[in-house]
Design a binder for this molecule. Structure first.
Ligand SMILES: [Zn+2]
Length: 268
């Protein structure tokens, strides 16, 4: 986590009229982080739950577990983590309890038991010592796991809906999920908020009108930042995509669909 002085520096440079890129270059804070901070304002950043918690557990320079030093990050199963991150960004949430334990909850549609099993396995691989339970709800199942370290592994947690706040990946998350395992991230994202649909168009051949069908993938999420992460993951694997609606990204080119078909698994 960046020290408060860096946060203030970013806002000062911006107030002096620097562009966001220039602020990023001069402070060494990533452009996406600068954009995220400026979007919510100085006070909201300084009083974010993550910073308040750091203050409680020993301050920004304290010795207790904090995201950048968490042993669970250093030893995490990167393959499983990238998938789980995708699932969290799609349909997951964290809830703190008063003892500092966080409940990770991911809602999974009952129509895809393989996806439910894979999500449970990913949680077990990421947090091997803790149990995972599945709670049936109407038409879906909530997969739940408790740990003090979920907040270290998923620092995007904050109060409120994900699309109403910035969702910015930490550099270590980008290294795991975008640099090393973008396919796993895409699988998690599509298994939660994506689908593969068959579209059709009317055309003609020598016998007259003909119906042509073609498959495509859609990823729908209200958060601009999460759709941006999906687009970046597509770019990393070489799949072309484009926004087809305000809140939705489409992968429709035949070679790109084929590319995703090779690793998405259930839903394809
Ligand atoms: Zn930790």
């Amino acid at each position: 986590m960046r020290p408060q002085s860096d946060v203030r520096w970013v806002f000062e440079l911006r107030a002096e009229g620097c562009s966001q890129s220039e602020v990023a270059r001069r402070t060494g804070v990533s452009r996406s982080q600068v954009r995220g901070w400026l979007a919510v304002g100085l006070e909201a950043v300084l009083h974010s739950p993550m910073r308040e918690r750091a203050a409680v557990t020993g301050g920004e320079n304290g010795v207790l577990c904090r995201a950048s030093r968490c042993p669970f990050i250093a030893s995490v199963d990167a393959h499983a983590y990238a998938y789980l991150l995708g699932q969290y960004l799609g349909d997951g949430m964290l809830t703190p309890d008063p003892r500092g334990v966080f409940r990770l909850r991911i809602s999974l549609c009952d129509a895809y038991p393989e996806i439910k099993a894979e999500c449970v396995k990913a949680i077990r691989d990421v947090m091997p010592a803790n149990s995972v339970c599945a709670i049936p709800r109407r038409g879906c199942t909530e997969v739940v796991s408790y740990s003090k370290h979920w907040i270290c592994l998923i620092p995007q947690h904050a109060p409120g809906r994900k699309h109403l706040r910035p969702i910015v990946l930490e550099p270590w998350q980008e290294r795991i999920a975008l640099d090393r395992h973008p396919r796993q991230l895409l699988r998690g994202l599509i298994h939660s908020d994506g689908c593969r649909v068959i579209n059709w168009v009317m055309g003609r051949d020598q016998d007259g009108p003909k119906r042509y069908t073609y498959p495509r993938y859609l990823f729908s999420n209200e958060s601009d930042d999460i759709r941006g992460i999906f687009v970046e993951a597509c770019r990393r694997v070489g799949a072309e995509c484009r926004a087809n609606r305000r809140n939705s990204i489409s992968v429709a080119r035949r070679d790109s669909v084929r590319l995703l078909d090779a690793f998405i698994g259930p839903k394809s």
